[in-house]
Design a protein around this ligand. Structure first.
Ligand SMILES: Cc1ncc(C[n+]2csc(CCOP(=O)(O)OP(=O)(O)O)c2C)c(N)n1
Length: 610
């Protein structure tokens, strides 16, 4: 956190949310990592004297833990990325019925443009679906203020509240006014009340009615909330905008009248009507889906946005990807009067595209290379190892969602076994392999494994265990032996989980030991049985230690067969018809040495120096 003054600081949206939680008296903060939400809990850890923080194994558990804390009377937050809310959707839908005691805010960070996500989702749908309020900040200050507002709404209306951030708000920094921690409301502990907290059908039916009554009181509250404000200007154009889109609108159309919507659902109908009455033409600018726009139309108010309105002569607001001033300029008429940049095009516009690659010395490379020696279909998953889909490795065939690497393998293998043995004229069939990371295994891989064993499947499951959640920046998980609070704890064993599921064939390999890895894979793939193979070696970026000394190519021995290039290691360069190792990048995993048939690779300091 960089201080501006004693009471103001420059904070990212995520840091501001963490600070807001501390100031608002939150005592429990849970979550599961996922870009762009991850830094919230990492920043909350700075307040661990006051806030208990945990990485839960997945988002469903995280929400349930926060719900328990809320029912016990504490203020709580839970953080996740947009797809995490799919995982937590089950508790969410019924928590809406049960409601909250201590304020509970579910912070969900959407990723328009899919900077680091497998899909684009608009979390606002969930608010409507679960019939709970959603707030959307436009900058760091609002991220902090809305967190506190969300807790208040949650307590006043006994409802969980969603705070929707987006990549741009979460990761941009802005000045924030700092305050002191306000004493949290008295925590009374859980007060038994089955009619309220136990939604068996006879209780759930009245709860369902109360949800609608709550909707009515929320509707009244949103209409008077200061989170939604009208900024009157030139009345020939009125723009309804929310989230980061508000900032772009203000930049491009500084003179226009704007209705800034911060409490997005229930919709602020009164404000919308008042605003629409005061302007000639109405435009709705929102990122991702046209939720507000559709609602404005449903009120009988003509507007334009994603769809053209009666006055439309401009381009539509883009509905796919992240908005930006550049993308919105044609919608608002040219450059909106903003000064043209005098500086040259940003470097990103002139640099050649570089596909993402596994880091040098990444342990995942060994298992991918070894898998390339077999005829397999690999149902992959999400994590650093997803990069194994790209050339030259090209070893992943599917990705769906976290955990699906295990379960989809089972589904495919069931079909394969029902197809029977291939005819003599047919090529041998591919064996089905599922691959997940260690964090993913604990997140949602275990149940899939249980399914395979229980239902007599025969897929080979590989857990690529690099001892951390690498993809999102090295967070702890149940297998790492440390908590988010920085304390040592038990380290859950993938192998023991496998055996507990009933898996008989469990093996552990070192992915840098290609020979042993190949032997184990052969054993597993030649059998007709299910296997659990744990490919274990820590991520060198996490340990911050090279695996071994850097390698160098002896040019006299190298016959340029280019086999080493098949490793896809960024440290191995092919320049001017010469294969070289970039010793600054090399992490010393020696896989190149192991795949080279000419013995051309050796330690940089030693064998090939002469
Ligand atoms: C439901 C859901 N939650 C969170 C994420 C963000 N995410 C992507 S992969 C991943 C875990 C990666 O860790 P691991 O499985 O150990 O593989 P590694 O990156 O270390 O290779 C996370 C948290 C996501 N994509 N989906």
């Amino acid at each position: 956190m960089s201080q501006l003054t004693a009471t103001r600081a420059l904070l990212s949206g995520n840091e501001a949310i963490a600070r807001g939680a501390w100031e608002a008296g939150v005592t429990v903060a849970t979550g599961y990592p996922g870009t762009p939400s991850t830094e919230i809990l990492e920043a909350a850890r700075a307040y661990k004297a006051d806030i208990y923080c945990e990485w839960s194994p997945n988002e469903k558990v995280a929400l349930e833990v926060a719900a328990g804390a809320s029912l016990a009377g504490a203020r709580a937050i839970v953080t996740m990325k947009h797809v995490g809310l799919n995982v937590a959707a089950d508790p969410l839908m019924t928590l809406s019925y049960i409601g909250t005691v201590g304020g509970l805010v579910i912070v969900v960070a959407d990723d328009p443009g899919m900077h680091s996500s497998q899909n684009e989702q608009d979390t606002r749908h969930y608010a409507r679906f679960a019939k709970i309020p959603i707030l959307e900040p436009s900058d760091s200050q609002e991220a902090m203020d809305f967190l506190a507002l969300g807790l208040e709404i949650s307590e006043q209306h006994s409802t969980p509240v969603i705070l929707r951030s987006t990549t741009r708000v979460s990761h941009s920094s802005g000045a924030v006014a700092l305050g002191e921690r306000r004493a949290p409301p008295e925590i009374k502990g859980f007060q038994k009340n089955p009619q309220r907290f136990v939604p068996i059908p006879m209780n759930a039916r009245p709860m369902r009615v109360r949800v609608e009554e709550r909707m009515a009181s929320l509707q009244a509250a949103v209409d008077s909330s200061t989170a939604n404000r009208i900024e009157w200007g030139d009345r020939s154009l009125g723009i309804i905008a929310e989230g980061i889109a508000y900032q772009y609108v203000r930049e491009l159309a500084p003179d226009a009248s704007v209705l800034k919507v911060g409490w997005v659902w229930p919709f602020p109908d009164k404000r919308i009507r008042e605003f629409a009455r005061g302007v000639k033409r109405l435009l709705v600018v929102e990122e991702l889906d046209d939720i507000l726009e559709e609602h404005v139309r449903s009120l009988g108010i003509p507007c334009e946005g994603r769809r053209p309105g009666p006055w439309s002569h401009r381009e539509a607001v883009p509905g796919i990807g992240e908005l930006s001033p550049d993308r919105l300029a044609p919608v608002l008429g040219g450059d909106g009067g903003r000064p043209q940049p005098s500086s040259p095009a940003p470097a990103s516009a002139t640099l050649p595209a570089r596909p993402p690659v596994l880091c040098p010395a990444c342990p995942h490379r060994g298992i991918f290379y070894a898998l390339g020696k077999f005829k397999v279909v690999v149902t992959g998953d999400i994590g650093c190892y997803a990069l194994g889909v790209l050339p030259p490795l090209k070893r992943l065939d599917t990705i769906l969602c976290m955990g699906a690497g295990v379960s989809m393998a089972h589904g495919m293998q069931v079909v394969e076994s029902r197809r029977g043995a291939p005819a003599e004229t047919e090529k041998p069939r591919d064996r089905i392999v599922g691959m997940v990371g260690d964090s993913t295994f604990f997140h949602s891989g275990i149940t899939g494994l249980l399914d395979i064993v229980y239902n007599k499947g025969a897929a080979v499951i590989i857990v690529v265990d690099n001892r951390t959640t690498a993809m999102t920046g090295h967070q702890e998980h149940p297998g790492t032996g440390r908590t988010l609070m920085g304390e040592p704890t038990v380290s859950a064993s993938v192998e023991e989980f496998g055996r507990a599921c009933g898996m008989k064939n469990v093996a552990t390999v070192d992915p840098y030991d290609l020979k042993a890895t190949l032997e184990t894979l052969r054993l597993a793939l030649d059998s007709n049985q299910p296997w659990l193979i744990v490919s274990r070696s820590p991520c060198p970026l996490y340990t911050r230690k090279p695996v071994g000394p850097a390698r160098r190519v002896n040019q006299e021995l190298c016959r340029k067969c280019k086999l080493c290039l098949k490793l896809g290691c960024p440290a191995i360069e092919y320049i001017n018809d010469e294969i070289r190792v970039n010793e600054i990048l090399c992490g010393g995993c020696a896989l190149c040495e192991k795949v080279c048939k000419d013995g051309a690779f050796g330690m940089a300091k030693g064998a090939c120096d002469e």
